[in-house]
Design a protein around this ligand. Structure first.
Ligand SMILES: Cc1cc2nc3c(=O)[nH]c(=O)nc-3n(C[C@H](O)[C@H](O)[C@H](O)COP(=O)(O)OP(=O)(O)OC[C@H]3O[C@@H](n4cnc5c(N)ncnc54)[C@H](O)[C@@H]3O)c2cc1C
Length: 503
């Protein structure tokens, strides 16, 4: 380590972002000379409603070396094979965004191009019949993917649905065991260097000063350092994603948990349903210009499966992102860095991407501008690509209410308009290196919400339709056979990670 190396990291905030960051950094830096302090305030508390995740969390947990069964038991976790969207297309219809491919390429041409041609000829079933995670999820079955890449059972992935507060506690124990020091207290002031404007210390109400070289702002929506102290600025995306509030309430389970998060379109937004082992998490994300808090809470409570376990909690947010996520010696992670509504369960994923990028571009005390610029470039892309994907749901919605009519007619980002135009011509899905959502995700939402291409890729015409048809039939049968061979989701949990077995 050079003399200019970082000596002390201070993480401000102990919500999901704070403890994920502490765990991610201590896993790598735990043996080094760098000390890590985390400051949190029990009085302020954490948001703690992020319960649904995307598959990348498995890589994060694996890098930490977590034991999956132990982590699942202690966080009341269930498995997640995708997200079911209800009422976003025609009323009463549902589609699933799966964590896995539709079919597999035939003769080197993307599966969905064969499916599009077969559909034009009236020879294909709905595309869901060719997706293993969708078919298994609809049957409420689950098994981990096969480790053999040649096996059809390896063509999907999974994520978790868990209690975010318990996950933060779990990672707290992990981090403290690797040398992270937790400091309880409310930060009353942030001391800046008079010359450089860098953060020198945070000052607690007690008067105690905690100094550091690198500060990670995980203080939630308030952005205590990145905004409060450094006035970095915020890019408001409400014109694209207009929901600005959520009401959240857990309820009793009345049926075994499904390996699916559900997002149901409602008149002024949408409702989530996330089944855990011990309860179901629910919420209504809505636009305050179209429904009052009281009415949103009433609708939410009316639609619960089981008895509400408490009164609804209300959260307010402004969709968008910080103008710079890394500014001077402060890196904002989690809600302090920006917020995209949880329609595709992406906030925890963004925390993870931020930690990975920070470790890749880990600075010394000279804080090279190039590192910051590169970090901000990558994070900007991640935010924008998820934003476009979310806006697609809003734009292609079929629901008939004042809110949704307004949304369907509203302008969309140019980057999304470009993607949609390409898809509408002949089903081309724009691929890119960075960014989370890839071809199967875009396909699921386009087709699920009725965005149909006018034609198909001419490359598919080089392959005999009879060859395609035989392969489609074979894939459909393989999907059904593999899903039917999986255990019931609840039975798998009972045998592998039953939370009731935790003393
Ligand atoms: C309605 C809603 C639903 C969501 N659903 C999902 C989902 O399904 N999936 C998903 O991935 N994500 C979801 N999220 C996002 C997820 O909840 C957050 O990304 C995650 O919880 C991270 O929050 P955080 O740690 O950044 O902030 P917070 O949870 O707000 O934590 C902030 C921390 O900073 C501390 N702090 C603040 N001020 C001070 C101070 N002055 N002094 C000392 N400490 C201070 C607090 O005590 C707390 O520990 C959702 C978010 C919302 C709003």
């Amino acid at each position: 380590m050079n003399d200019a190396g970082i000596r002390k990291i201070v993480i401000v905030g102990g919500g999901t972002a704070g403890w994920m960051t502490a765990a991610g950094l201590s896993a790598v830096l735990g043996e080094s000379r760098i000390t890590i302090d985390l400051v949190e305030s029990a009085e302020i508390g954490a948001v703690g409603v992020g319960e649904a995740t995307v598959p990348h969390i498995r890589n994060f947990n694996a890098k930490l070396g977590l034991d999956e069964a132990d982590f699942m038991r202690k966080t009341q976790a269930t498995y997640k094979l995708g997200i079911e969207f209800r009422d976003w297309g025609p009323k009463g219809a549902s589609y699933i965004h799966p964590f896995g491919a539709f079919g597999e390429p035939i003769g080197g041409v993307a599966f969905h191009q064969h499916w599009l041609r077969a559909r034009e000829r009236g020879e294909a079933d709905g595309i869901e019949a060719y997706s293993l995670p969708i078919t298994a999820a609809r049957m409420s079955r689950f098994a981990p993917p096969s480790p053999d890449p040649r096996s059809f059972g390896s063509t999907y992935n999974y994520a978790y649905q868990f209690d975010a507060a318990l996950y933060a506690l779990y990672l707290r124990a992990y981090s403290e065991a690797r040398g992270v020091t937790r400091n309880e207290g409310k930060i009353a002031d942030v001391a800046l260097n008079g010359e450089t404007g860098f953060v020198e210390a945070v000052v607690l109400e007690s008067g105690r000063r905690i100094e550091g070289d690198l500060f990670i702002d995980c203080s939630g929506f308030r952005g205590l350092l990145i905004e409060g102290a450094l006035k970095t600025g915020y890019e408001d995306w409400t014109h694209w994603l207009p929901c600005d509030r959520a009401a959240a309430v857990p309820c009793d389970s009345v049926e075994p948990p499904t390996p699916l998060t559900r997002a149901t379109c409602d008149d002024a937004g949408w409702r989530w349903r996330i089944p855990l082992q011990h309860r179901v998490g629910n919420g209504y994300v809505y636009c305050s210009g179209h429904i009052s808090d009281d009415e949103a809470a009433r609708v939410l409570l009316e639609k619960l499966d089981g008895k509400a376990q408490q009164d609804p909690r209300f959260l307010r947010f402004v969709t968008g992102r910080r103008r710079k996520q890394w500014n001077k010696n402060v890196v904002a992670i989690g809600l302090a860095s920006g917020f995209l509504e949880p329609l595709e369960s992406t906030s925890i994923h963004l925390i993870q991407v931020a930690i990975t990028n920070l470790l890749e571009l880990f600075p010394d005390r000279s804080f090279p501008q190039g590192d910051q610029d590169e970090y901000n470039r990558v994070m900007d892309l991640e935010f924008e690509r998820i934003r476009d994907f979310l806006v697609l749901h809003y734009h292609a919605v079929k629901r008939d209410s004042a809110f949704w009519r307004e949304k369907a007619a509203a302008p969309i980002p140019d980057s999304l308009a470009y993607k949609m135009e390409l898809f509408r011509e002949r089903g081309m899905v724009v691929n890119y290196r960075d960014g989370f959502f890839k071809e199967p995700s875009w396909l699921a939402v386009y087709l699920g919400q009725g965005v149909m291409p006018a034609g198909h890729d001419p490359m598919v015409d080089a392959i005999d339709p009879a060859v395609s048809a035989a392969k489609l039939a074979e894939l459909k049968a393989a999907v059904l056979r593999t899903a039917q061979a999986m255990p019931d989701h609840q039975a798998f949990i009972d045998s592998f990670c039953d939370a009731r077995s935790v003393a």
